[in-house]
Design a protein around this ligand. Sequence first.
Ligand code: PLP
Length: 424
Amino acid sequence: MNLFNLRRPQPSLNLMAAESAPSIHDGRQSRACLMPSVERAAQVFVRGQGSWLWDSESRAYLDFTQGGAVNSLGHSPAVLIKAMADQAQSLINPGAGFYNRGMLSLAARLCDSTGSDQVHFLNTGAEANEGAIKLARKWGQLHRGGAHQIITATHSCHGRSFGAMSASGSSNFENRFEPQLPGFIHVPFNDLPALHAAVDAQTVAIMLEPVQSDAGVIPATGHYLKGVERLCRELGILLILDEVQTGMGRCGTLLAEQSYGVRADIVTLGKGLGGGVPLAAVLARGKACCLEPGELGGTHHGNALMTAAGGAVLEALLEKGFLQQVRDTGQYMREGLARLANSYAQGELRGQGLFWGLTLSDDSAQAVVKAALYEGLLISAPQADCLRFTPALCVSKGNIDEMLLRLARTFARVRTAQLQCRRI
Ligand code: PLP
């Protein structure tokens, strides 16, 4: 099914983004009222269903970003609508200082399914990582003579709050709003000796993404992650895994750590946990469960409406066969992307489950994203030479075929535009 079958003449690369935008005037003045905090395409989206989005001019787009991997079950899934509607009818938010049923049942189900002892709910991935840092430092005060230093990886991204940004080794941040917070050391990823050499008496934890997303979908090697776990055990420091992007089924297992056969002391979740609504969590195991009341407060933490959404998402992921299907469709997508990359002389394919990055033969990733939008396909570019694909976890093989078709047209379009530019 091609819902975006608009055949148009070849535009220039610069014109593609503007031309794919709706010509209508809705919200043009309102847009000026928004801080230009992120770059946005001109489309105004009005409806979503599964893997499809529609803009205000009724154009359909096949969504292989899903809001940056947040809509784990696609756009507006029935289970999420029902869970949230039912919850909103009865109780939205009694306040973080009180228990609610959604919070309690999601906490129990998450602990049970991830082998964790405690969980704290928050709203965003950055907040969850802040929570993990606080938890590790509290543990350092109690058990490691006040050690507080956290080692993270270069090119890592842990979020945009000051703590999370300081923890990040990313060079992707346009503005880091110096000065950063002290207490973090960045060492090269997938380099065990460098990590070992950086540990000293002030080190309390090592914090890593199992697959570095913003760096260009770069998975940790099994040897590395297992080595890091062993190092943490031997040196008596904590292992924190930032699974904000890789967790909740994205890599084909509930947590990516399972596919590596490692077990962190602290795991952070976000993005896919809420299925599209802001919900994040810090999971703690064993000795890392050391917080006391009042040490991780927040007005919306454990909000009944959001935790009801999280409960619906988790139940769907835990349904028999769901994660196997993620692995199967992930493999199908990997094979299709590899064929396409081969035909268009593109580069390497990296990832797991339904989380893939494709490196390009040049720095045209932004141009490809814009041209793909013109073809009615949403993908993202974490690096100048890398495309990222994070479809709904329930994406069909038919949707994947359609994506590959649109991506092939996109590559052809960009090639033609590049040739035209060279001729001028
Ligand atoms: N951690 C990882 C691995 C991420 O990819 C991100 C966001 O992209 C974050 C943390 C921050 O999450 P949020 O944007 O919800 O604060």
